[in-house]
Design a protein around this ligand. Structure first.
Ligand SMILES: *Cc1c(COP(=O)(O)O)cnc(C)c1O
Length: 318
């Protein structure tokens, strides 16, 4: 399991490998939510997403390994590539054919090999498993690993350090490493804080798994929130149980609602974010998330959106 002490140790370990990101008030979203709304601007993290926290915490604790490998819808692979380069070790990132080209190019630009294999996250993961089994690589998964959860949890410490009066944190939800880590840290410091998970309606594996009472597979569908795609793993060890036990509410969004979130954040707040990161704002704008019980923090988790896609969304074509 992961404890507050593990998360504090992670914070000390990755200091110098990650940025502390700013928290900004949003007048427009506060008005829409009926109470104060704050944006945790983690899309300004190095490599463009929070995943650098978990990847750095895991990679910094490796013993003897030929290198690191993972399967990733993009941001975790990019984060691990960056962390490996900082630590001077090789990285092979296995990605499915659904992963956008800009994310693959970004991995290669960081000096890692991007190995494109399989039609789903789970199939790409098989190649990472093989590298671990046959070539001595350390497999660092995108979410279901205690060191990764502890690393993402440093965001919970940071948020409450910046805004101790926070009453709720809205968190984009896919495999649940981010939600599990932030919830563990935040609830350890402030037991009555509300943790709200947000996913897209199309192909949300954690939502389907929670409804079934155990991890299930879902068909991977194209979505504006592509970083929220992918399965949670039928042998999920950690994040399914943590999300089940720590999440107070789960909100699902349509593609139109996510597009509106992306547009609002760019046009009104000047923040260019990817679909996964826009879900908090989207939920507020859709009337599915309020801030009447106290300050609400929306976690802007990443900025790695294809520029052409962002333009299409801004022009109302998506
Ligand atoms: C990975 C990711 C998420 C979801 O994180 P999980 O730990 O898989 O739930 C949300 N937003 C962005 C930008 C991501 O890259």
């Amino acid at each position: 399991m992961v404890t507050l002490e593990d998360i504090r140790a992670a914070q000390a370990r990755i200091r110098g490998m990650v940025r502390e990101t700013p928290m900004r008030a949003s007048a427009g979203l506060s008005e829409a939510a009926g109470g104060p709304v704050w944006l945790k601007c983690e899309h300004e993290q190095e490599t463009g997403a929070f995943k650098l926290r978990g990847a750095s915490n895991a990679a910094a604790q490796l013993g003897q390994a030929a290198g690191v490998t993972t399967a990733s819808t993009g941001n975790h692979g990019r984060a691990l590539a960056h962390a490996a380069r900082q630590l001077g070790i090789p990285a092979i990132i296995c990605v499915s054919r659904l992963v956008p080209k800009n994310k693959i190019a970004a991995i290669e630009a960081l000096g890692a090999e991007a190995r494109v294999t399989g039609a789903s996250q789970d199939e790409a993961f098989e190649e990472a498993r093989r590298l671990e089994r046959e070539e001595g690589f350390a497999l660092i998964p995108p979410f279901d690993h205690p060191d990764v959860v502890a690393g993402q949890g440093t965001l919970g410490l940071e948020i409450l350090g910046q805004l101790p009066e926070a009453a709720a944190i809205a968190i984009p939800l896919s495999g649940g490493g981010l939600l599990a880590g932030v919830a563990l840290a935040a609830k350890a410091l402030k037991p009555d804080i509300r943790i709200i998970g947000i996913s897209m309606e199309r192909g949300a594996a954690m939502a389907a798994s929670l409804a079934a009472g155990h991890p299930v597979e879902v068909e991977e569908l194209e979505t504006l929130a592509d970083s929220l795609g992918g399965g949670i793993g039928l042998e999920n060890r950690l994040t399914f149980v943590l999300c089940r036990d720590l999440m107070d509410e789960l909100i699902l969004l349509t593609e139109d609602e996510i597009a509106e979130g992306i547009r609002f954040l760019a046009a009104e707040e000047g923040e260019t974010v990817e679909g996964a990161a826009a879900v908090g704002a989207a939920a507020v704008l859709a009337g599915k998330l309020r801030a009447e019980l106290g300050p609400l923090v929306l976690l802007l988790s990443g900025r790695n959106i294809d520029p052409g896609l962002h333009r299409a969304v801004m022009e109302g074509e998506r």
